[in-house]
Design a protein around this ligand. Structure first.
Ligand code: PXL
Length: 268
């Protein structure tokens, strides 16, 4: 079976990060191996939360994995709590990324034009450097603007300009998620030196965990041999359907994706 390391947090509520990535990768026929960056009572968008950071354990976990002699077809990285964790992720990539390993970096740091609680400028600089090692990155519009060191992108033209800047880091596949325009959500894909827009109908606003579901579906599909474009189409249509039929009273709770996971089983 394909093996994917998932470096992300475990949040008790919010249906994001590991609680989104593990079921998606599993149903797509890939083993998900979590290296937790933190354990949270709930994700940080809620008014209150408690965090147990795993910074002091991550290197020891990696050392044990080295002893097991494991290797990975995919590495997926997401939420980090501090600068040191980004250094540790770089160590992980040095130790475990082989020639055929697909590295997907989701530069989780902001949404709605605002950095998430606890993120510093130094962390955003390090996340930019981490992105330069990736095969695929999946910033949302806020994260792309930060990576490009530009004001918040307001138009698809602004986004294309920022992608032109960010691609100079040497990244082959840049998928900008969730550009919100009237009644549609557009994902702008830069791949094989070309831009493609993949859009879906918009239902409601932005919800916790959708970025984590998106990157997990894309990486699962790419590991299963699909092209970047068809992987993004799959992720986009899955999210459109799951959001459409979700019953959401608080955006922080995430979406009812569990009901539709079965659809992804046919995409192995
Ligand atoms: O889905 C992004 C994310 C992941 N992990 C934690 C978060 C957030 C966004 O707020 O707080 C802990």
């Amino acid at each position: 079976m394909k093996k994917c390391a998932v470096i992300n947090d475990l949040s008790g509520f919010g249906k994001c990060s590991l609680t989104a990535a593990i079921p998606v990768l599993s149903v797509m026929g890939c083993e998900a191996h979590p290296l937790p960056t933190a354990i949270l009572s709930n994700q940080t968008g809620y008014k209150s939360y408690r965090v147990l950071s795993m910074t002091d354990y991550m290197q020891a976990f990696m050392n044990e994995w080295r002893k097991l002699g494991v290797s990975f077809d995919g590495i997926l990285t997401g939420y980090v709590c501090d600068e040191k964790q980004i250094d540790l992720i770089n160590n992980f990539i040095d130790a475990f990324k082989c020639e055929n390993t697909i590295l997907a970096v989701d530069p989780v740091m902001a949404d709605g034009g605002k950095l998430y609680d606890g993120f510093t400028d130094k962390m955003t600089d390090k996340i930019r450097t981490l992105c330069s090692r990736a095969d695929i990155i999946t910033p949302n519009v806020s994260e792309l603007s930060i990576l490009a060191d530009e004001p918040f992108c307001k138009t698809i033209n602004d986004i294309e300009k920022c992608v032109e800047k960010v691609k100079k880091l040497g990244i082959k596949n840049i998928i900008v998620t969730g550009f919100d325009e009237n009644d549609r959500i557009t994902n702008l894909v830069y791949s094989e030196n070309d831009f493609t827009r993949i859009s879906s109908k918009k239902y409601g606003g932005s919800f916790s965990g959708t970025g984590d579901l998106f990157v997990s579906i894309v990486l699962g599909a790419v590991m299963n041999g699909k092209s970047i474009i068809s992987s993004v189409k799959l992720a986009s249509s899955f999210l459109e359907k799951a959001i459409k039929y979700s019953d959401i009273s608080d955006r922080n709770d995430g979406i009812d994706f569990e009901r539709y996971l079965g659809d992804l089983a046919y995409e192995n």
